[in-house]
Design a protein around this ligand. Structure first.
Ligand code: ADP
Ligand code: MG
Length: 417
């Protein structure tokens, strides 16, 4: 069901408690914490500007990092407040605690169109526990609730769910911010009645991560293109050799069931016809995390069986060409999961080729292209095509759960239209 959005609100003079995602990367420089990428703050500006224009008194709440339920200056939102001040070109009051006297004072001092930012809600363990008393303290600042943090909506925490329930219980409105609105539109509504052909590209590391998504999308898609390490479990299920590739023998059955379901529903279900493989050699060195560093030798493309000493790392060129052709006639494209280990340039070719095909279909065919999943978004950006697709989700794990058809607690708590 469609959710109320900030566009629908009449909030002049009201305190709007807005949950945003200011979980930005920070780095210490000369004893000060500096934001290294402010994208998440920039992305909230449209929602904030709209609320300011409407005369709301805005109280922003967010988490940052994992401070484990107690204050940690390295995870303070103060730098985010300063950055927001700079970006908005107007003062942002900072409350050095998300609840309590100082926060009360800061919020009480707000005039119409003013903005305050509360300190990290995860300084309290009650946030993740969705403790009702903690939520009630936060809800003291909320006449209206807005959620613009889709990436946190799959968690029922105090600031993502508890506060909304309390506001709704008082008869108050709970609305999606503009970012959240776009996520719900593209990952939700657009895929309910997709323009056809609807082509789904699924990759990533494991079948087990994607079972639910495959199962749900089989009921909606015209074509499913499989890639990534996930494809090797399908190969295994067909009795082919997979060498040292990442496979999940316990999920061979799942793979066969998915193919059977595709046949029954008349879905064109494609598996790779060639694979880029390499022989991994332990260098004896370890990375920062203490994990062994491998070098990859004898990189080549194989059809059919993967040799015993080799490991698959990407779809091959023939597969990429076939998939690109199918993508070329799509009207709706959903992509979740890279088609190879794209982080290594030697194995990024197949994924890049597909990214180009998706961008071309968007440009030439008027296709709506939707990218969901943290690594998939990284892969499209790495290919330099982030601005040439219709929509890239900011949701990471939340987008995957949403695509699985799960009801996200942070979304469910919003008011139906
Ligand atoms: P997303 O975050 O978009 O949902 P996943 O997390 O499911 O995507 O999968 C991304 C990971 O899968 C990447 O780290 C990538 O290196 C890995 N991957 C994809 N194909 C392969 C492969 N053939 N071998 C090893 N890893 C792979
Ligand atoms: Mg991932």
């Amino acid at each position: 069901m469609a959710k109320l959005t900030v566009r629908d609100l009449d909030v002049r003079g009201k305190r709007v408690f807005a949950r945003v995602d200011y979980n930005v990367p920070l780095e210490e420089r000369d004893g000060k914490m500096v934001i290294t990428d402010a994208t998440r703050i920039v992305e909230t500006l449209p929602t904030l500007k709209l609320l300011i224009e409407k005369g709301a008194r805005i109280v922003l709440a967010s988490h940052l990092g994992r401070p484990k339920g107690k204050p940690d200056p390295a995870m303070s939102l103060r730098p985010a407040g300063m950055k927001l001040h700079e970006l908005l070109g107007k003062p942002v009051e900072f409350a050095n605690d998300c609840i309590g006297d100082h926060a009360e004072k800061v919020v009480a001092s707000l005039k119409d169109g003013d903005v305050a930012l509360l300190e990290n809600v995860r300084y309290y363990k009650e946030e993740e526990a969705n403790d009702p008393r903690f939520a009630a303290k936060l809800a003291r600042f909320a006449d209206v609730y807005v959620n613009d943090a889709f990436g946190s909506a799959h968690r029922a925490h105090a600031s993502t769910e508890g506060v909304a329930r309390i506001v709704a219980g008082r008869g108050g409105q709970c609305a999606a911010g503009l970012l959240m609105e776009r996520e719900l539109k593209f990952l939700g509504e657009e895929l309910e009645k997709p323009a056809r052909p609807f082509v789904v590209i699924l990759g990533g590391a494991k079948v087990s991560d994607k079972i639910k998504v495959i199962d749900r999308l089989l009921e909606k898609a015209d074509t499913i293109l499989i890639g990534g390490a996930m494809a090797y479990t399908f190969k295994l299920a067909h009795g082919e050799k997979t060498g040292k590739s990442l496979v999940e023998p316990g999920h061979a059955r799942t793979a066969l069931d998915a193919e059977a379901k595709a046949r029954k529903l008349g879905v064109n279900f494609q598996l790779p016809v060639d694979v880029v493989v390499a022989t991994a050699v332990d260098t004896g060195k370890r990375n920062k995390k203490g994990k062994p560093i491998f070098d990859f030798t004898n990189i080549r493309t194989v059809n059919g069986n993967i040799p015993d000493d080799a490991e698959g790392f990407s779809i091959g060129e023939e597969t990429a060409a076939r998939y690109a052709e199918i993508i070329g006639s799509a009207k709706t494209i959903l992509w979740n999961g890279p088609l190879g280990m794209f982080e290594d340039a030697r194995f990024a070719g197949g994924t890049n080729r597909i990214a180009k095909a998706v961008a071309a279909a968007t440009r030439n065919n008027g296709a709506k292209s939707i990218i969901g999943g943290g690594d998939s978004v990284k892969a499209v950006n790495q290919a330099g095509l982030g601005d040439q697709v219709t929509f890239m989700s900011t949701g990471g794990g939340a987008s995957l759960e949403f695509l699985e058809g799960a009801v996200l607690p942070g979304v469910a708590a919003l008011t139906d239209k």
